[in-house]
Design a protein around this ligand. Structure first.
Ligand code: ADP
Length: 568
């Protein structure tokens, strides 16, 4: 009666009634419906001014916003899937093959499940759903990981959604906060589902290698639950406070590197590598795909602008330095924006005079400076002279392969070694090993052994701000050190990669494909590789193999024989 007197009763009643109505329409599982009804009952007995009522209403809104019962099903058609993958992406044939296999398996599993369900229906209702493996796309930025994810969604006829995990340190960002928190919200997984507007989307978890952890809990433990087919049928989001079924979602993760993914998580993932693009691939991607996109987003069409092949090549070589094509896309956008401005300015002028047709604007190689400013990168190493104490190595980084130079300087001293250039522990040890190897082989190299005690060795790897690590620069360091002590210059055009042992054996290294692509972009013609890496050459395109001469070696002495020039 008091409530009625205060006029609160009607409001609350009305509110719960509308919610009850909404609840009827939604295909929410019965158990969850029961929970919602309970909350509705509480809401009905509450004054709307009670802050608790606000929380409950926000919770209900969130739940009603979820895509209950919305699924996108489509018969899987491999030929169509292949067409979709090919129509949006140039190259990447290994990746596409692997994805088609994945789609085929998905189809077989689905068919098997259906048969099982039919059989089981008579006995029980429970289904032992077999979920697909979780794919993990590993590669530098801008190589098409996300856009392949989108193409997979399209070819399966499912919705697509993506969340970034970069920098997440708090478990609550995955699982949400309990409702009693002020400003509580569901976690990112549930938000992703809401965004997808479907219960079975293709869901990209971006940058899984950048998940951190601290005192607020370990997000990777929550992620494990999300990705585990055994557990994700009953995913617990703290905010929702009831188990949510994620088992129909196709999760795909992406990462730049595998090193920082917690091992338990990595175990679950099926790795697909994106090694980065060669010059020719970039050129073709730009011509066949990026140009279309860039023209469209700048309101232009191909009758208004033409970027010549020469200009395009120059943009790739002199204005970008990357494994992917993101920067390239940006530079093309920039060019098109400038052209768009020119066209509009011309049209405005023309309006006052006659209506002459705008001529097609041709962006030529020698005009690029006008559009993009001065060149950003130098092309080749060939322009540089062979020097004493500088050797060319190949590195693997999160952003793809790269070439690096190792410099050695000798100063009178007491046989100490100094290392600079932000080198990691492994790389430092590798430098020590290389020095010991040179010392041990002094006679063969015709170095006066007494010199070592009277000389300090300083090894520097330029671009000091970039952290570098790994053992694969071993033979490069040995070459630079031997060159400095023997006064023989090093062939600059010859790049090398390989771990060195104290006895001078050359060991296998990782990331060869990425390194070779970077070397190719830099115009290197010869690469020394460990004999044991010879089998990896099968992954490298025939085109590159035609242009680069690979020299497999077993020992560091062989390396020195190949790299050092005769004393001039
Ligand atoms: P990532 O997720 O690996 O960082 P994206 O998928 O965002 O990279 O790709 C960046 C851009 O490059 C997108 O516009 C994408 O469509 C384009 N792209 C990348 N690889 C290819 C390719 N092989 N063919 C066509 N376009 C590509």
């Amino acid at each position: 009666t008091i409530k009625k007197e205060l006029g609160e009763y009607d409001d609350a009643e009305e509110l719960t009634e509308t919610y009850q109505e909404q609840l009827k329409d939604k295909s929410i599982p019965t158990k969850i419906k029961q929970k919602i009804r309970k909350e509705l009952k509480r809401l009905g007995q509450m004054s709307p001014n009670n802050p608790e009522s606000g929380y409950i209403r926000a919770w209900l809104e969130t739940i009603f916003d979820l895509p209950w019962g919305d699924r996108d099903e489509q018969k899987i058609d491999l030929i169509k899937a292949e067409k979709i993958l090919n129509s949006n992406h140039y190259g990447l044939s290994d990746v596409k093959d692997r994805i088609l296999e994945y789609i085929a398996v998905l189809q077989l599993k689905k068919a098997k499940e259906k048969r099982k369900k039919k059989k089981k229906k008579k006995l029980t209702n429970s289904t032992n759903q077999e979920s697909p493996t979780i794919l993990c796309f590993v590669g530098p930025p801008g190589v098409g990981k996300t856009s392949i994810g989108r193409a997979i969604a399209k070819s399966l006829g499912r919705k697509f959604t993506k969340i970034s995990l970069g920098g997440i340190r708090d478990e609550a960002q995955i699982r949400g906060h309990r409702r009693t928190y002020v400003g509580a919200m569901p976690g990112r997984i549930i938000k992703g589902i809401k965004q997808a507007e479907s219960l079975n989307p293709v869901f990209i978890l971006d940058e899984i290698d950048k998940v951190g952890k601290d005192f607020r809990g370990d997000p990777s433990a929550a992620l494990l639950e999300v990705l585990d087919p055994e557990q994700n049928k009953n995913f617990e989001d703290h905010y929702l406070d009831f188990p949510f079924d994620l088992s129909e979602v196709i999760f795909i993760t992406t990462a730049n590197t595998l090193d920082t993914i917690p091992p338990a998580l990595r175990d679950r993932l099926e790795i697909i590598r994106y090694p980065g693009y060669t010059f020719d691939e970039k050129f073709n991607i730009a011509k066949k795909h990026l140009m279309k996109k860039v023209l469209h987003s700048n309101g232009l069409d191909s009758s208004q602008i033409n970027i010549t092949d020469g200009a395009l090549k120059k943009i790739i070589q002199r204005y970008t330095k990357e494994a992917g094509v993101r920067e390239l896309e940006r530079q093309l956008n920039k060019t098109c924006r400038k052209v768009a401005k020119k066209i509009v300015a011309h049209q405005t002028k023309q309006k006052t005079k006659t209506k002459a047709k705008q001529k097609k604007i041709s962006v030529k190689k020698n005009l690029l400076k006008k559009y993009l400013g001065p060149e950003k990168y130098d092309l080749t190493l060939a322009e540089e002279e062979d020097q004493i104490g500088v050797a060319t190595g190949l590195a693997w980084t999160r952003t793809g392969g790269d070439i690096l130079f190792i410099e050695v300087g000798l100063t009178p001293g007491k046989g100490k070694i100094r290392l600079t250039g932000k080198l990691g522990e492994v790389m430092k040890e590798s430098a020590q090993t290389a020095l010991t190897f040179v010392k041990a082989n002094a006679k063969k190299l015709k170095i006066d052994e007494d010199r070592f005690d009277k000389t300090d060795v300083h090894i520097h790897v330029p671009e000091g701000a970039v952290p570098k690590d790994g053992p694969s620069a071993g033979i490069t360091m040995a070459t630079a050190i031997a060159s400095a002590f023997t006064n023989k210059s090093v062939k600059r055009e010859l790049a090398m990669t390989g771990e060195i042992t104290l006895r001078g054996r050359v060991l296998r290294i990782g990331g060869l494909k990425e390194k070779v692509i970077a070397a190719h972009l830099a115009g290197i013609k010869q690469i020394i590789i460990p004999e044991k890496n010879k089998r990896d050459l099968s992954e490298i395109s025939a085109d590159i193999k035609k242009q680069i001469n690979f020299k497999p070696v077993n020992s560091a002495l062989e390396v020195l024989g190949l790299t050092l020039n005769k004393r001039s």
